[in-house]
Design a protein. Structure first.
Lengths: 219, 219
DNA sequence: ACCTGAACACCGTTCAAGT
DNA sequence: ACCTGAACACCGTTCAAGT
């Protein structure tokens, strides 16, 4: 007597069951297929097999549906940075390099999701403050790496926040140059990684403390 | 007998005269007021006092109208970098710093224009290749600065392109972190400039050649 | 040559009504 | 409690018709 969805693929019951998740999944597919400007609520509903008014039981507006996708993106990005941090304990330089490479790699593999997260669409007034927390958690991983590197005497700089800003700007900037406006256009993942390694080396060279910094060792 | 617009402010003739420029100006105002997602062709036409079909005599589509705005933006950005380059001859480091500060300053003063230029909206297939040339011209200024600095033995790096990529990524990344998603939010122009100076110093420290680079002077 | 008005196929959002 | 259908106010684009 169970009303499961095993023999009627279209609509087992009048009620959907888990429309929230279904809509997010459909919107995610549309996002990567049609781009951030091409995803519409109505097309998402058609893909999910419901009327275009149905989402309003689950999301306050279209912005909240997109917000759910962005939130998951920040979580993924943060998890990759976290893995880079935990992957090589006691080697903050390696951690920072790996986190930077992972950042560029994830973003270029999820271009439209990244554009959604950083393109300015997620700065509306009616967004959940929780989104900001998810984003902060991701960037907190970079903070921890650099803070540990400064504690170990490997990285210099005025304070940790300043170093984080520079390092993050560099990696994020390369990402946006690749994604936005086709200014930089690597042929494939290998070339993308080479560019990421290049800028990571440069920024590491900029924040690394050198033996001749306090006083020349020859003096 | 001249049919000028001196005594009838609304519509001197049935023909507009310079609708092209009028539409660009109206769209630019709407862009900074309503944001990149809020500017519509129909609202632009209403502001210009013409029907919403009129633009199609002057632009192939809405994308070409936005393209005109982006093109002017790249020209302005390039001009600021050019002034930075010409402002202090024989001091590439100062040129690069000034260009970076000008870049961040212009972008944060024209946030929606910058989002239009770099947000990925300007990478459609039906765009004029000329747009790409305007963008390249702007970034050519950075190339010249760094190339001169490398010739003078001030900047290191594998080749000029690599150094340009790193420097430009850093400045562009700070810009996009400030504009996109409100992640970094300076209180005003002064704080914005302080952040820009900070990342410029860091990237300069990363690309600058140091006396201990080829061999230790104490050996 | 340039612009208008009506039309078409979209869009996000709302709301009474259905199940 | 959850979803639908119709409606409203938008949107970009096209095209015959006006000046």
């Amino acid at each position: 007597m169970a009303n499961d969805s095993k023999d009627s693929p279209q609509r087992p019951t009048y009620h959907h069951g888990d429309l929230h998740r279904t809509l997010v999944a459909a919107a995610e597919r549309l996002l990567e297929e049609e781009g951030v400007t091409g995803v519409s609520l109505r097309a998402t509903c058609k893909a999910a097999g419901v009327s275009h008014a149905a989402p309003y039981r689950h999301f306050r507006a279209k912005a909240q549906l997109m917000e759910a996708i962005a939130r998951a993106g920040f979580d993924q990005l943060g998890e990759m940075c976290r893995e880079a941090r935990l992957g090589h304990p006691d080697d903050p330089e390696r951690q920072l390099r790996d986190a930077g490479l992972a950042y560029v790699s994830w973003a270029t593999n999820n271009p439209e999701r990244t554009r959604l997260m950083f393109g300015g669409m997620m700065k509306a007034d009616d967004l959940d403050p929780e989104l900001h927390a998810h984003a902060e958690a991701a960037f907190g991983e970079i903070y921890r790496i650099i803070d540990a590197g400064r504690d170990a005497g490997l990285f210099g700089g005025k304070d940790t926040d300043s170093v984080v800003l520079s390092a993050w700007s560099t990696v994020h900037g390369l990402t946006m140059l690749i994604l936005g406006s086709g200014r930089i256009k690597p042929a494939g993942p290998a070339e993308t990684r080479a560019l990421a390694e290049l800028v990571c080396e440069t920024i590491l060279s900029g924040i690394r403390v050198r033996p001749d910094d306090p006083a020349a060792p020859s003096a």
